[in-house]
Design a protein around this ligand. Structure first.
Ligand SMILES: Cc1ncc(COP(=O)(O)O)c(C=O)c1O
Length: 441
């Protein structure tokens, strides 16, 4: 490998890193310089097992030949085409593949470049949809405490993670939040928890307060990932679906993490058997290789816009890179890889082994809860008194030194390995994590 890829740049100050303790990082940087399959290579030539699929996005693992080849070929053929009033074949092809994969009734795809943009797009479509149908008073949005919907203004407004909101002013008006579904009775549950379906009834309380005629949409993650893997209690999502339907409110599933096999099905909607009106996706759509997202909607929503003179733009929204040719090529190759390599099936087949391995950590120091579903897991640690997040972050650093990549949020360790993982690699990941936890202060 050449010097330039293995040696950290000598001045780290210009790059203001996202969601990172910049000063701490730059004193002791952690650099990845290559990746293949389940492993990253560090700047000091160590192999690190990817326990998080990058940032919940490299579901097919790293350096997948189909994806690498598709990107190279597309770049040489058509690098960019204007996204507005022009098209190119691969964007249409990918939209067709996506709606083929999506639950029955979801028939249209609008492209974005990230999960955050998918969320903004979905919220705008929801409000504009009601207006297009003559119900323009439906503008209020309902999110959930501890929800994560990206970092743009709409997303942090409906989102429910305090630090992501508190320094950014007044946010969107007209937003309510339902309570989160993380309740102590469910500690150490394997898979979906038993208690808490009734928390969906809080939506009725908000409807009674604000009136359904003012409410456009409810947005939730089917399984809340970024906040620390909070699973929907049994029956909870069905109830949300029933209540939203009863009141003519759109239900948006933010599937940015749950999309593309994470739970062993194409989408969280399939896994939980509940179909929303709109689904937001990104991350696994292109295996994280090229930024791309897509908002998937029903025909009912799409068709409500297809009125008026045909020469007029129906939705005044879009991005320069919506459906970018290289992203579309990456998306097509990614979906093909998931299918041809049976990766959703692999996730489903390994879910039981994963669950047993993860719950084997019960009883280790500081572990106060373990949660799992599909190929996702969380190990919650008791915080150090007066220093929340410190213990889990130390675990993250120790894990990195031990050769595994984990992710922490608060004092929760989240795991979401690429779906290509095998049993030996699950043993390696959980075994090394066990050693880290045993030695943690
Ligand atoms: C559910 C959910 N929505 C939205 C986002 C934001 O995605 P991005 O970081 O691509 O903007 C994330 C990212 O983790 C997410 O988990």
């Amino acid at each position: 490998m050449s010097q330039s890829t293995t040696t950290p740049p000598n001045d780290l100050s210009a790059f203001w890193m996202p969601f990172t303790a910049n000063r701490q990082f730059k004193k002791n940087p952690r650099m990845f310089v290559a990746a293949e399959g389940m492993y990253y290579t560090t700047g000091d030539s160590r192999q690190v097992l990817d326990g998080t699929a990058g940032l919940w996005c490299c579901n097919a693992g790293h350096k997948q030949p189909r994806i690498v080849e598709a990107i190279a070929k597309q770049a040489a053929e058509l690098d960019y085409a204007p996204a507005f009033q022009m098209g190119h074949p691969k964007a249409f092809e990918l939209a067709n593949r996506l709606v083929d994969m999506a639950p029955e009734g979801i028939n249209h795809a609008f492209y974005t470049n990230s999960g955050s943009e998918s969320v903004e797009t979905a919220l705008k479509i929801a409000i504009a949809y009601h207006r297009a149908r003559g119900e323009g008073s439906r503008t209020r949005l309902i999110g959930r405490e501890r929800g994560y919907h990206g970092v743009n203004f709409g997303g942090i407004s409906v989102g429910g993670i305090g630090p992501n909101r508190k320094t950014f002013g007044t946010l969107l008006s007209g937003v309510d939040h339902m309570p989160h579904t993380h309740i102590p009775e469910n500690a150490f549950t394997r898979g979906q928890p038993e208690h808490g379906a009734n928390l969906a009834d809080e939506l009725e309380r908000i409807v009674a307060l604000q009136d359904a005629s003012n409410i456009a949409a409810v947005i939730v993650e089917p399984m809340a990932g970024s906040t620390g893997v909070l699973l929907p209690p049994k029956g909870y999502l069905d109830r949300l679906r029933a209540i939203t339907k009863k009141h003519g409110i759109l239900l948006i599933f933010d599937e940015v993490i749950t999309g593309f096999g994470r739970l062993g099905s194409a989408f969280g909607a399939d896994h939980y058997g509940v179909t929303p009106d709109i689904m937001t996706t990104a991350k696994g759509l292109t295996n994280g290789v090229i930024p791309m997202g897509a908002v998937l909607t029903t025909s009912e929503i799409h068709d409500a816009f297809m009125n008026g003179p045909e020469n007029l733009i129906e939705l005044f929204h879009g991005y320069t890179y919506s459906g970018n040719p290289i992203a579309s090529a990456a998306g097509l190759a990614t979906l093909e890889t998931y299918k041809e390599d049976g990766l959703f099936e692999n996730a489903r087949d390994l879910a039981g082994y994963w669950e047993d391995a993860l719950h084997g950590l019960k009883g280790l120091p500081h572990v106060i809860d373990i949660r799992n579903e599909g190929l996702i897991g969380a190990v919650e640690l008791s915080p150090i008194e007066g220093a929340p997040t410190k213990r889990a972050f130390q675990a993250f650093l120790d894990a990195y030194d031990a050769g595994i990549l984990i992710r922490t949020t608060g004092d929760i360790i989240a795991l979401s390995p690429p779906l290509i993982i095998n049993k030996a690699q699950i043993d390696e990941l959980i075994g090394k994590l066990a050693t880290v936890l045993k030695n943690l202060d």
